[in-house]
Write a protein that binds this ligand. Structure first.
Ligand SMILES: Cc1ncc(COP(=O)(O)O)c(C=O)c1O
Length: 449
């Protein structure tokens, strides 16, 4: 039997097992006639089975579905639950706050405490809050366009910064920027608003910045949404030097790279962004986004009487900075995602990566494993891809779906969009061993007879 037909027959078996194990989820999906795509948000249809698994409850790194199946969760809400599901300090802070007003249009002191903690960790002094990382990025971009008077944003090919219009650009086959495939309803041709360079390509970055029209480079210090693509030696220092030389601001999006440590990749690698954006994990699962500004930028913006930062100037959301998000962020940063928690999570992730490498090597597969602190991911390519385009070229949706489904049918969840495993404070070495045992069994079944 060829490898392809073997994969297809194994997949058919796993699909059928999935259907048998999830009658309640299937029924719930069938009943959702009045949801667009049958799900509350269309991306929830990204599932290796024929329908999504419906949640009953989640605690720590365990999820129980509506059929009573229990899972070890390495997806952790694609980083939204890096603090673990429903961490006790966050539940306590939110429960207490929720009873005293939800949408009041007034600040609470939790915001100042959270802002001070973000400043301590990431080294930027002036913070503002959003409800998502997408919005944090959007607002940061607007502020930097305003300050520089320049029209464009530069991103890395195959980046992801949320549904930010300016970021949906890739390097095309001819080396020029072009709209990312599938881009929905772009307001204008993305090349009018954006420039693009490959990650780890300083010459390409310099070429684009030389046009003098780039307000800001928006980047992750390591790409995390097309596998993990780590920076090569000198790359991040080179980005900083080039952005300074060309009068371009630098935004580090730490929404995922926060996994590198308590101060994210910025503290871990000693980076000096002008702006830092983040979301997801800092709220312990409660919606929040945030952006931090350098003192110079905060001063420049405060001095600009022509910018409407208070009403309809395009920066803000009614529920941004709400009391519940702020209580959750304060509790997550102060009591859950602490230095000690990161030390444990990173140790567990190291064990995860080491074990994964051994298994992959044992089968002689040309795959690679990358780790960024508490986050581990494998790609079907070796050596590890150096940039987003290379990494995208090595995607294998069928194989990925098979591995996800095989694991899910045996009680382990990976992030639907990635071969990514994230550790939270509760993730144990026994959980890692369980993943590895099932992963090994999956690879064994894929071997030609
Ligand atoms: C690096 C990065 N930035 C921003 C976002 C957007 O986050 P949200 O969907 O919470 O707005 C994501 C989401 O995956 C992300 O990975």
């Amino acid at each position: 039997m060829s490898t392809d037909s073997r994969l297809q027959s194994l997949m058919a078996r796993e699909r059928s097992t999935f259907a048998d194990r999830h009658p309640g989820s299937r029924a719930a999906y069938t009943r959702s006639d009045h949801l667009f795509g049958r799900v509350p948000m269309t991306w929830m249809n990204k599932t290796a089975g024929d329908f999504p698994i419906y949640l009953e409850k989640a605690q720590g790194n365990r999820i129980v579905d509506v059929d009573g199946n229990t899972f070890v969760d390495f997806a952790l809400g694609d980083t939204g639950a890096m603090a673990g599901h429903s961490p006790a300090p966050v539940v306590a802070a939110v429960t207490e706050r929720v009873q005293r007003g939800l949408a009041t249009m007034m600040p609470t002191e939790d915001a100042a405490i959270a802002g001070a903690e973000l400043a301590r960790r990431f080294g930027l002094p002036a913070w503002s809050f959003a409800l998502t990382a997408t919005d944090a990025n959007r607002w940061a971009i607007r502020l930097l366009r305003a300050v520089t008077g320049r029209p464009k944003i530069l991103v890395n090919s195959y980046c992801y910064h949320g549904s930010v219009d300016e970021s949906l650009i890739v390097v095309g086959p001819d080396g020029r920027g072009t709209s990312r495939e599938g881009n929905v309803g772009a307001p204008v041709d993305v090349t009018l608003t954006s420039r693009v360079a490959e990650f780890n390509d300083l010459a390409g970055l310099e070429r684009e910045l030389a046009h003098g029209d780039v307000a800001a480079v928006l980047m992750e210090p390591a790409l995390t949404n097309i596998g993990i693509v780590l920076p090569e030696d000198g790359y991040l220092a080179g980005v900083r030097e080039l952005t300074r030389r060309h009068g371009t601001y630098l935004i580090n999006d730490e929404t995922h790279t926060f996994s590198a440590g308590p101060g994210g990749a910025t503290a871990f690698w000693g980076l000096e962004p002008d702006v830092l954006t983040i979301g997801k994990a800092i709220g312990g699962g409660v919606p929040v986004g945030a952006y931090g500004l350098s003192a110079e930028l905060a001063d420049a913006l405060s001095g600009r009487g022509d910018l409407d930062l208070v009403d309809m100037g395009g920066v803000g959301g009614t529920l941004a900075g709400n009391p519940v998000s702020m209580a959750a962020t304060r509790a997550t940063l102060q009591e859950v995602l602490t230095d000690a928690a990161f030390a444990t999570m990173i140790e567990t992730a190291s064990a995860f990566a080491d074990g994964l490498i051994k298994i992959i090597e044992g089968y002689g597969l040309p795959w690679s494993v990358s780790r960024l602190g508490a986050r581990v991911e494998y790609r079907f390519a070796s050596p590890a891809p150096r940039n987003g385009t290379e990494s995208a070229a090595n995607a294998n949706g069928e194989l990925e779906d098979f591995l996800h489904l095989y694991l899910a049918n045996r009680g382990v969840l990976l992030t639907p969009f990635h071969n990514m495993a994230l550790m939270c404070p509760e993730t144990s070495l026994a959980d890692v061993a369980r993943h590895h045992e099932i992963f090994d069994a999956a690879l064994k079944e894929l071997q030609p007879e």
